[in-house]
Ligand binder design. Structure first.
Ligand SMILES: [Fe+2]
Length: 190
């Protein structure tokens, strides 16, 4: 693994061990992610920059064997979006290239405990430039859709989560339902 990556992973693990509160963790890891986006040209290889015309692509950079941490490079072609989803974890996201847009959804009744009868309201939009970092904590989960508008350039972003992000809840806002789906990632050699 590139030294910048191993230093970042070690730093994130140190903060996780030190801080039991997930809000404190994302606070402490945010500057580490900001630094990582600046160093990205040094360690991002062609394997991390692969895109997929059918869907935004998740290239795994590091998956912790004990499932407590995962880091991905996501590549978004213009017009590619996630569904409305949550994470079941804290997370810290940094933009390397392009502009990543985040559309927030909120559940006014608080924590979501069932898969039906979910009322979600649309919230604000954040447009993240290169070098920008955003974070979230669960419960009530941070619900959003993320992507790149058609007409904007391809975006590369780094996503760190407090678990192996192999599945998440996908929401049908109009129907007021959610279901858990598996999300694919591509292994890289890093
Ligand atoms: Fe997300």
């Amino acid at each position: 693994m590139h030294p910048a990556l191993s230093e970042f992973v070690a730093g994130a693990k140190r903060e996780i061990d030190r801080l039991p509160d997930v809000a404190d963790r994302v606070d402490a890891i945010t500057p580490l992610m900001q630094r990582l986006t600046q160093l990205a040209p040094e360690f991002l290889g062609p394997e991390h920059r692969q895109s997929d015309p059918a869907n935004y692509r998740r290239n795994a950079i590091y998956l912790c064997p004990d499932d407590t941490l995962s880091l991905y490079a996501l590549v978004w072609l213009p017009g590619q979006w996630t569904p409305v989803h949550d994470h079941g974890s804290w997370g810290v996201v940094g933009v390397v290239e392009g502009f990543l847009e985040e559309r927030a959804y909120m559940c006014p009744s608080g924590e979501i405990c069932a898969d039906t009868g979910i009322e979600l309201k649309r919230g604000g939009v954040v447009l993240l430039n290169p070098g920008a970092v955003t974070s979230f904590v669960p419960n009530p989960d941070h619900i959003h859709m993320t992507g790149v508008a058609a007409g904007r350039p391809t975006c590369v972003s780094l996503h760190l989560y407090g678990r192996n992000m192999s599945s998440f809840h996908m929401y049908d806002v109009a129907a007021g339902t959610r279901r858990r789906i598996d999300v694919a990632h591509h292994k890289t050699t890093a």
